[in-house]
Write a protein that binds this ligand. Structure first.
Ligand SMILES: [Zn+2]
Length: 99
């Protein structure tokens, strides 16, 4: 499988709840290379539609987890923390919209 944004190949997935679970259709994840949020659909990662991104943005618990993952990935890749007042999720969603 590859990231739908940066096309980095995935060697596997890790479930954030610690369960030994495989991703199912509709589950969301974050690329460990570029930090892009994606959904699994028909067993493959794809970018969320605008409506799906809006639904995700309203899911506070999921977005809190995803934004912490993204912040860690972006910091690891760039050494730069997201600017104050702009969370890591907004930065990545903006980059998706620009492509
Ligand atoms: Zn990626």
């Amino acid at each position: 499988m590859k990231c739908p944004m940066c096309e980095m190949s995935f060697k596997g997935e890790t479930c954030v709840t610690g369960d030994d679970a495989a991703p199912e259709d509709g589950d969301c994840s974050v690329c460990g290379h570029c930090g892009t949020i994606f959904l699994y659909d028909a067993g493959r990662p794809r970018l969320p539609t605008e409506a799906e991104a809006d639904d995700l943005a309203r899911d506070t618990n999921t977005m809190n987890t995803l934004s912490r993952m993204q912040a860690a990935i972006i910091f690891a890749r760039t050494g730069i923390a997201p600017p104050k007042g702009i969370d890591a999720v907004s930065v990545v969603i903006q980059s998706v919209e620009n492509n």
